[in-house]
Design a protein around this ligand. Sequence first.
Ligand code: 5AD
Ligand code: SF4
Length: 370
Amino acid sequence: MSGQSGNPAGGADNASTAALLAGALADDGALSPSALLTLLSADPADSGTLFAAADLVREHNLGDEVHLRGIIEFSNCCVKNCRYCGLRRDNRRLVRYRLGPDEILTAAREAAALGIKTIVLQSGEDPYYSADMLAGLIYRLKEELDVAVTLSLGDRPREDYRLMRRAGADRYLLKHETADPALFAALRPGTTLTDRLRHLYWLRELGYEVGSGNMVGLPGQTLNTLVEDILLLRELGVEMAGIGPFIPHPDTPLTGCPAGSLELTLKVLAVTRLVLPRAHLPATTALGSIHPDGRRRGLLCGADVIMPNVTPLLYRSRYQIYPGKVGLSATPSEAVAAARSLIQSLGRRVGRGYGGVSRRNPEKNKKREE
Ligand code: 5AD
Ligand code: SF4
């Protein structure tokens, strides 16, 4: 992330305090752990300055474009048993569903027709979908539609990742969820942070643009854990990072735990923007679900992505990762229109390209970005 030096305020003379903070801090994102902790500890009176600085850094590095990623939640079946998640294997109250490849393609076509340039295929960890089946789907999707494809399918064998990449998948989202190894193991039974990181390195080796991220407000998490989360994102050099509040689900062991707050989630988002000036950071659906203004606030403190839900309405309410998820009744067309109008209301522009990374390896990305 070096090489993007210069004053991120770019001559914004009148934004003195924020510009100073941005100029001092975002030179190459090399903030010390104690500086990160100080920023995350800012009281509400000072966090406005942090948010403004993050907004400036975003504008300086990425401009005004906000990218739309259309998300298709194609299966809510999951073999894992994460203690925070409503899709966990032991949640017997959830009615499970799976979309077939043709249904997924139909949803992707509809999204592309609405101007969406990135399709995110997301599911629980569902081995029903073999690598061959997914690769076939990705191939058809890339053949037919002018879109980037992001996968968010959890842990799979390296060979699966390889086949799907070869079939044309561009990006992969695999959140590290929490950088505290003990908390990770407690919340994700049978799995370790080390193993998760191994998967992330595989994805990197295979040439995916990689996204990770974490939840804010998990029980047992401290501000120091969040510092570690941000440092891990920097170490991984992620192209994307999804940061959202933890929201307790009634049918999980964490029911009754407090949710992550809007304020702290925004601070983590803003500090992440300072540390990763060019990464794509969504104003997450979870942020929009804990506060009606959450996504707008996210866009104002560093975020540059919105992910409208383009899952067929019939299945929408069953992808209950957490309760109170926004957008359960909006059609794909309504979801995209709402995202566009939010972006325009902020005086920003809807991204016209694929919103990928053209800098890491310009040659590799040439074709895609043209
Ligand atoms: N609250 C907020 N986010 C959650 N996720 C899973 N469960 C919850 C929850 N209770 C997020 C995780 C995961 C993604 C599928 O959803 O970050 O990566
Ligand atoms: Fe499955 Fe992902 Fe939910 Fe864990 S967080 S239970 S892996 S869908």
